[in-house]
Design a protein around this ligand. Structure first.
Ligand code: GTB
Length: 217
């Protein structure tokens, strides 16, 4: 039986791959695991049936026989643990790759999301113009550190791993907000990730949902 994930029926990003089902789709594509998608409206996301799977009424979720998961990072870690291809076999290298997964979601993603959300939700507020430079500085400091760590390597620690997969999806959101313009090293990293055939398949699949729902295409 194929695992089932959930995604927006009509994503607010208009299918640009910024919603967090993309990282789960991509992980499943990387390991060659076919999957099904249950599309949800906002109302369905907040209804009891979905809240039974996700306490916060969000996407993505992941279901396989006997197991239901929420949180995109936990789902990607589960997929990477069950299949070869996203985590090294060597225990130390595997632990370092997992550290990069946590770094992506716990250290790099928060300032990027905070900055993006401020631009959407606080634009009309009196404090917005004063707050923006502080939010930008936090993002840029983190990106400087990440770029220094990456150097001229292709990936964060040896071969492509689930750490790179999560980091690249986090940076895609930064790129969409124009926050990678001063970071050619990281822009190149994102481009390398986006050129992977598994990423292309995942991206096209979520874009097709938006195209079908909106009648565009
Ligand atoms: N920590 C959780 C995880 O990683 O799984 C966060 C899940 C989450 O934020 N889900 C969002 C959601 O369900 C969708 S991805 N939101 C609805 C709600 O909370 O009611 C976040 C997202 C949404 C839209 C854009 N966009 O339009 O660009 C980008 C990212």
């Amino acid at each position: 039986m194929k695992p089932v994930i959930t995604a927006f029926r009509q994503s607010p990003d208009r299918g640009r791959g910024l919603a967090r089902d993309l990282r789960v789709r991509w992980a499943l594509e990387e390991v060659g695991q076919p999957y099904e998608v249950r599309l949800l409206t906002f109302e369905e996301m907040k209804a009891p049936a979905h809240r039974a799977l996700h306490p916060f009424g969000q996407i993505p979720t992941y279901e396989e026989p006997g197991l239901a998961l929420f949180e995109s990072g936990a789902i990607v870690l589960h997929i990477a643990g069950r299949h070869a291809g996203l985590l090294p076999a060597d225990p130390d290298a595997r632990a370092r790759a997992i550290a990069w997964m946590f770094a992506a979601l716990g250290t790099v993603e928060p300032p990027i999301v905070e900055r993006s959300m401020a631009a959407i939700l606080e634009r009309g507020e009196s404090w917005y113009e004063a707050r923006l430079p502080m939010l930008d500085a936090r993002v840029q400091a983190r990106l400087d550190e990440l770029a220094a760590q990456l150097g001229d390597a292709d990936w964060l620690d040896g071969p492509f791993s689930a750490g790179d997969l999560l980091m690249a999806t986090v940076l895609q959101r930064a790129k969409a907000a124009g926050l990678l313009d001063a970071h050619p090293t990281l822009a190149g990293y994102v481009a390398r990730a986006a050129a992977r055939p598994a990423f292309r398949r995942a991206f096209e699949a979520q874009l097709a949902v938006f195209t079908a729902a909106s009648g565009e295409g």
